[in-house]
Design a protein. Structure first.
Length: 56
């Protein structure tokens, strides 16, 4: 009986650790996407700044 309870606890922990891994992986991907967006925004602003400087 104790073995069944222990096995149930282990399976429960494995399932939830997989879910936690998936959530953390999704958060990492979202953070990476935001990082790329901010780099693109910065590059556009820099290109705009440089074109304004050249036109003077």
């Amino acid at each position: 009986m104790g073995f069944i309870i222990l096995a149930g606890i282990v399976i429960y922990c494995l399932i939830h650790s997989e879910a936690i891994y998936e959530v953390s992986e999704r958060m990492r991907q979202e953070a990476e996407a935001e990082n790329i967006k901010s780099k693109v925004k910065l590059a556009k602003a820099l290109a705009n700044h440089n074109s304004i400087r050249r036109s003077k």
